[in-house]
Write a protein that binds this ligand. Structure first.
Ligand SMILES: [Zn+2]
Length: 94
């Protein structure tokens, strides 16, 4: 499916306002970053909105390919460095 844009932003169909909202949060949903209420409304929306469901499915597939294709290997040093940076930031921001 490489027709133009997948219609995420396109105004070809009448896009429900809720869709835009959901599409914005789609990656959060996939990452399980939503709280229960948001997730519930997401599930409800998806149950009634095949286009959004399709976007979700393809997004998941893409992420899976990403994961299996190039496994990101974070060196331990880097992980520690990041941790320290984060701790510093929260600790004593100027
Ligand atoms: Zn929708």
């Amino acid at each position: 499916m490489t027709n133009k844009n997948a219609g995420i932003d396109g105004s070809t169909h009448h896009t429900k306002k809720g869709c835009v909202d959901k599409l914005k949060k789609m990656s959060d949903y996939v990452d399980n970053d939503l709280d229960n209420v948001a997730k519930k409304s997401f599930d409800d929306h998806l149950a009634n909105c095949p286009p959004c469901l399709m976007v979700l499915k393809s997004l998941r597939k893409t992420l899976e390919i990403f994961k299996t294709d190039k496994t990101p290997e974070l060196p331990k040093n880097l992980a520690n460095e990041l941790k320290e940076k984060i701790l510093h930031k929260t600790d004593g921001g100027r």
